[in-house]
Design a protein around this ligand. Structure first.
Ligand code: FES
Length: 98
């Protein structure tokens, strides 16, 4: 679907798999360039979703990064060794008052 025009300089981990990336590019771009198009699953039907707008408006690119949920991949810069994965369903509940 997409082809890189510049060489990669690091790797990231997606669902436990090492993927080539460029430090500073968006996580969404790194995943798309690696052929990954399913970033999350919807809470109701589990339908796979992937980035649409690539500018922070649609929220279809939500992923988990370093254990944090609801991270917009299109607005997140790649750092070497970054660990990310599919967000399954709705974000988990965190009780900050406890
Ligand atoms: S692709 Fe639309 S918010 Fe990230």
């Amino acid at each position: 679907m997409f082809r890189r025009t510049e060489p990669t300089d690091c790797t990231i981990e997606w669902e436990g798999r090492a993927l080539p990336a460029r430090a500073g590019e968006s996580l969404a771009v790194a995943l798309l360039a690696a052929g990954i198009t399913s970033f999350r699953e919807t809470p109701v039907t589990g339908t796979a979703r992937g980035p649409l707008c690539l500018m922070g408006a649609c929220f279809d690119c939500l992923v988990e990064v370093e254990g944090a949920q609801n991270i917009q991949a299109c607005l997140t810069q790649v750092t070497p060794g970054m660990r990310a994965g599919i967000q399954h369903g709705a974000r988990g509940f965190v009780d900050d008052a406890a």
